[in-house]
Design a protein around this ligand. Structure first.
Ligand code: NAD
Length: 323
């Protein structure tokens, strides 16, 4: 079955997703909406048969779509999701699902009431290495996790603003929070310390912290510490290290490295996790079988709850219990 898809947002990641979708069979990129008609039409002009619109309602009225991809900055969520839920159109939404927990929680209620197919862009779950780690963890006792998102500051203008992105932990490190939940289980308490060391002094308009570390107690009794910074001049470590009774498992974007007592194995990813996420979502839209979607909206809201609690903890200087 051929599917017509539309996009909300015309930025860097919309282009990234379009480039992947265009390589898939029976997927037609049909519509774009953006903050201006001009931007939407410019994006549409790159794809045969696509149309640009100046808003979500105009897009949904003007082109019949089977699914929509929402790729907007964290502070811009809400209107598109509400429109799609109302019309019962499945959507794939980029992480994070918002800058707070109130909006995602309210949207989730409506999504559940409609039993709408959703998928969130937590692509680390779809890595071969993650799936291998999950099967290996079945034979091991997990003690603790150490996670990292160390790098520089992305150049998109909204990222540096607390009320635009929610800050690095909510916007970026959310991938590692999600990977932690996926491999280590649910969290019960978070305690965070954030600081502003460099970026507000060297760049205009920076209101987000640029260093942070978050300690998390898990329901299993395991513990984790996830740290991030965006002060580096180049790239840094990104990943999650799992400390088990049989050695250390290091999950990164490229591979799983498993260091035992006297052995080291490295399993490199063979497939593209973003493409796997698209395939799972589009299969669900075609057939109603959602079993391949590893991050439905409902699950992503739990990841968001941890990231938002971390911000609250850093602001309050006290641990926060998760409901
Ligand atoms: N999964 C990943 O690995 C990954 C990687 C990069 C970005 N992302 C996510 O994708 C999202 C978009 O990032 P980007 O890099 O494309 O940003 P971007 O700044 O390049 O593009 C954002 C686009 O959204 C548009 N926009 C803003 N408010 C809007 C609104 N209310 N309605 C419609 N359009 C609106 C902007 O005009 C722009 O076209 C972010 O949430 C980001 O976290 C995910």
């Amino acid at each position: 079955m051929s599917l017509n898809v539309g996009f909300v947002g015309t930025g860097g990641f919309t282009r990234f997703h379009c480039n992947l979708l265009t390589q898939m069979d029976d997927v037609n990129i049909r519509a774009f909406c953006a903050t201006s008609l001009n931007k939407a039409e410019r994006a549409a002009s790159e794809w045969d048969g696509a149309q640009g619109y100046d808003g979500i309602h105009a897009m949904l009225d003007g082109t019949k779509l089977d699914a929509v991809y929402i790729c907007v900055p964290p502070m811009a969520h809400g209107e598109a999701e509400r429109a799609l839920i109302e019309r019962g159109i499945p959507f794939f939404v980029e992480k994070p699902v918002g800058i707070d927990l109130d909006l995602p929680s309210a949207l989730l209620e409506s999504i559940q009431a409609k039993k709408l197919i959703t998928s969130v862009g937590y692509h680390f779950r779809y890595m071969d290495s993650t799936q291998r780690a999950l099967s290996m963890l079945g034979e091991r006792t997990l003690g603790m996790g150490l996670g990292y998102w160390m790098g520089g500051m992305p150049r998109v203008p909204w990222w540096r603003k607390q009320d635009g992105s929610g800050g690095q932990f909510i916007e970026q490190t959310t991938h590692i929070v999600d990977l932690m939940r996926y491999t280590m289980g649910e969290a019960v308490e978070v305690y965070a310390a954030y600081g502003s060391r460099v970026m507000h002094l060297v760049e205009e308009g920076v209101t987000t912290p640029d260093v942070g570390t978050v300690t998390i107690k898990l329901a299993s009794g395991a513990v984790a510490t996830l740290s991030n910074t965006c002060i580096l001049p180049g790239g840094g470590r990104i990943g999650l290290h799992l400390y088990t009774d049989q050695g250390v498992m290091e999950l990164t974007k490229e591979s799983l490295k498993d260091t035992g007592k006297s052995t080291v194995f490295e399993y490199r990813n063979q497939t593209n996790p973003y493409a796997c996420a698209h395939e799972a979502f589009l299969h669900a839209v075609r057939t109603g079988d959602t079993s391949g979607i590893l991050s439905p909206y409902e699950d992503a809201v739990k990841t968001q709850a941890i990231a938002v609690a971390a911000l609250r903890s850093a602001q309050a200087g006290a641990p926060i219990r998760l409901a």
